[in-house]
Design a protein around this ligand. Structure first.
Ligand SMILES: Nc1ncnc2c1ncn2[C@@H]1O[C@H](COP(=O)(O)OP(=O)(O)OP(=O)(O)O)[C@@H](O)[C@H]1O
Ligand SMILES: [Mg+2]
Length: 469
């Protein structure tokens, strides 16, 4: 397990890449050194041959009988490899070394005497020969000098050996160094992983330490911490929603249960049973209404809620809502008025927007006492379109205004009526915002409230009449 983790680790990969790069660099360097030394040793050998070519003109003398001999003081045993030929090819003089170690093709090269340095690899050891024309005294001659290439090859072999032995040592040292470096560089990542492993759903408030927010690891830790913050808040929202939802679901269920239990106690007549069943159905209705709203909200929470882009006549939408809820207003002897100060068309999801207007008008009817007035008005401004729902009900206390859009929040005294789930406004807010608009509580005091839906100018579609002009 540990071995397979090590094999897959970035540290090992880094080390291998580093070592491979080192092998290439060292091999190139060694080849360059070898090529340089080889060329400089070889040209050194050539230079020595050329200087030895000058040797006879200074050390040899032409005797009166026409033969060639060294000056007396020259020590023949320490003389270089040298032969002197006459122009017609007769050997006039050779040093002791030349006599002892003849060079293959020596005579042929002397006959050519082109001043070129020639390598003769079949000789043992291989030799380099320079043959060219010169003069001793007043006599034109052919001088041939030679040098063994043995010491040069020996030197190059030694160098090759040193390089070949040094290369693996260098690679091993580089590999070890690379491994240590990679370990040091990646140690903070290990520490971060260790720390992140300790962060569980129960410890979401924990964060990774950020030592330097500007380096790569610091940026990674910051991004990770931001993700944790978002995760934590969505966990918290989910937890609160589940708690609230289960609490709200329990209320109608308990009511159904209690009514049922009471009904079963003792015998009753048909009218009493009808009443009991009626109130149980009422609670069941409330329950299904609550479940519907929860479903709407869970749709609101899912990012891929598919909205349609309908071309909506807002006047018709307002009229529809008023017609739908007019019955409820009538029941409470309220007047429900609509004021259409504009006739804009709008592009967005009609069903979702209708839900928002319905919830606002429903609230206005519900919380305004019998005989009250409710107005739904449509006005166009430079910023867009406003749909205002106003009533002359009790209004909302200033300190609670920021809470009424929260899920399950209900102002206390209305809560006692048990006629509502506390989800209407949060659904309306979502419905408006998801369509690009805004829902605000415009005005509220002792004599009523006004809720305003603002739809932005960009979402207004040109009216069919306008498009013909
Ligand atoms: N027009 C209004 N006048 C006075 N109070 C209001 C008005 N509209 C909303 N409220 C207050 O805001 C609270 C939240 O409203 P919301 O519509 O979210 O829930 P609800 O009406 O209680 O339940 P639901 O609409 O889910 O059946 C209400 O309980 C009520 O106290
Ligand atoms: Mg409501």
């Amino acid at each position: 397990m540990i071995r397979s983790r090590l094999l897959k680790s970035v540290r090992l990969h880094l080390t291998l890449w580093y070592t491979a790069a080192m092998v290439v660099v060292l091999a190139l360097y060694a080849s360059a050194v070898f090529a340089f030394v080889r060329s400089s040793v070889s040209s050194g050998l050539d230079a020595r041959l050329r200087s030895e070519f000058q040797w006879p003109s200074e050390m040899l003398d032409k005797l009166p009988d026409g033969s060639i001999a060294p000056y007396d003081e020259v020590d023949n045993s320490s003389s270089p490899w040298l032969q002197v030929y006459s122009l017609d090819g007769a050997l006039l003089y050779q040093t002791m070394l030349a006599r002892l170690t003849p060079v293959p093709q020596g005579e042929a090269l002397a006959a050519k005497a082109d001043g070129q340095i020639v390598s003769i690899p079949d000789a043992t050891p291989p030799v380099r020969v320079l043959s060219g024309q010169s003069r001793i005294g007043d006599q034109p001659v052919v001088i041939q000098v030679a040098r063994s290439e043995g010491p040069m090859y020996q030197e190059l072999t030694d160098l090759l050996l040193v390089l070949l032995l040094g290369l693996p040592l260098g690679v091993i040292a580089a590999g070890l160094g690379g491994f240590v470096l990679a370990r040091r560089a990646l140690a903070p990542v290990d520490r971060m992983a260790e720390h992140a492993r300790l962060i569980t759903a129960e410890r979401l408030q924990d964060r990774l330490p950020v030592h330097n927010p500007d380096d790569e690891l610091g940026r990674l830790a910051t991004v990770f911490n931001d993700t944790l913050t978002r995760l934590e808040s969505s966990f918290e929202r989910m937890r609160r929603f589940t708690l609230d939802a289960s609490h709200e679901l329990r209320t109608p269920l308990t009511a159904i249960r209690t009514v049922g239990e009471v009904g079963l106690r003792g015998r009753r007549d048909e009218i009493a049973y009808r009443e009991i069943i009626g109130s149980m159905l009422e609670e069941a209705d409330r329950l299904s209404q609550l479940v519907d709203r929860l479903l709407t909200l869970s749709r609101a929470d899912s990012p891929q809620s598919n909205l349609s882009a309908d071309n909506v006549d807002l006047c018709e939408l307002v009229r529809d809502v008023a017609a739908q809820l007019g019955v409820l207003a009538e029941e409470k002897q309220q007047t429900l008025t609509i004021e259409l100060g504009a006739a804009p068309r709008w592009t967005g999801d009609e069903l979702v927007l209708r839900q928002a207007v319905l919830n606002l008008v429903d609230n206005a009817i519900k919380y305004t006492p019998a005989g009250g007035h409710i107005t739904v008005s449509l006005t166009e401004t430079s910023a867009g379109v406003n749909i205002d729902v106003s009533d002359n009900g009790p209004g909302i206390p200033a300190e609670l205004q920021s809470l009424i859009f929260d899920r399950f929040y209900r102002v206390d005294e209305s809560r006692t009526s048990r006629n509502g789930t506390g989800l209407g406004l949060s659904i309306a807010k979502w419905a408006v915002e998801v369509n690009g608009g805004q829902l605000t509580l415009e005005k509220t005091n002792g004599v009523g409230s006004t809720f305003r839906i603002t739809l932005p100018q960009e979402s207004l579609a040109p009216s069919p009449v306008a498009s013909f002009q």
